[in-house]
Design a binder for this molecule. Sequence first.
Ligand code: GTP
Length: 217
Amino acid sequence: MNNKQINFNTARFITSAPDINQMPEDSGIEIAFAGRSNAGKSSALNTITQQKSLARTSKTPGRTQLINVFELSEGKRLIDLPGYGYAKVPEEMKLKWQRALSVYLQHRESLKGLVVLMDIRHPLKDIDQQLLQWASESKLPVLALLTKCDKLKPGPRKSEVLRVREAVTVFGGDIRVESFSSLKGLGLDRAKEILSEWLLQDQDDEPAAASADGENA
Ligand SMILES: Nc1nc2c(ncn2[C@@H]2O[C@H](COP(=O)(O)OP(=O)(O)OP(=O)(O)O)[C@@H](O)[C@H]2O)c(=O)[nH]1
């Protein structure tokens, strides 16, 4: 187990791609963030990178339409995928996006992990399950973050994490489930630890590939 940590604070916006075909070159390592609209994805990205408005947060569901690419350091990227399943998006567009998403998850070489954000009060909707299924079929490790966990008291929060952990076993594959709150910073260290593990894979031999204080980021 690798205990080196990536410095996420260096994240900077690189580009917005209107679709998956226009993303940066498929090299290095990237981690994608996906979730139903309003799941708290932008807030989570801002919290992880400690930047107030890296990914725009909004109270209007479905505002994140483009694929936003953030670079942590050369060849290490975080990808903010558009929120899916927002009711006001026409059905045809939803299907088109779902097809593109499944192709991305299955064929993107540099994609080494997927963060699936789900509101802890409404996890595992059909579309979330579809995403977990695709990830599992693509042998892609998943971190399922149960967001807004500050909305539940510690007891129910813990039970919900255990319930979801049990439920995702049907997909097989490497799916880790953790609670998370951008508002209170809960679960932040654990999330960063898992992301660092993914971002640092195959790079153990590089001296000081990353340091906790980001000198080499
Ligand atoms: N209580 C609480 N509210 C949160 C938390 N994270 C996000 N929210 C709220 O949930 C709403 C949606 O958050 P966003 O981060 O914009 O969600 P998103 O998934 O990026 O939404 P889209 O842009 O629609 O894809 C906002 O009103 C946030 O303030 C959290 O940890 N706790």
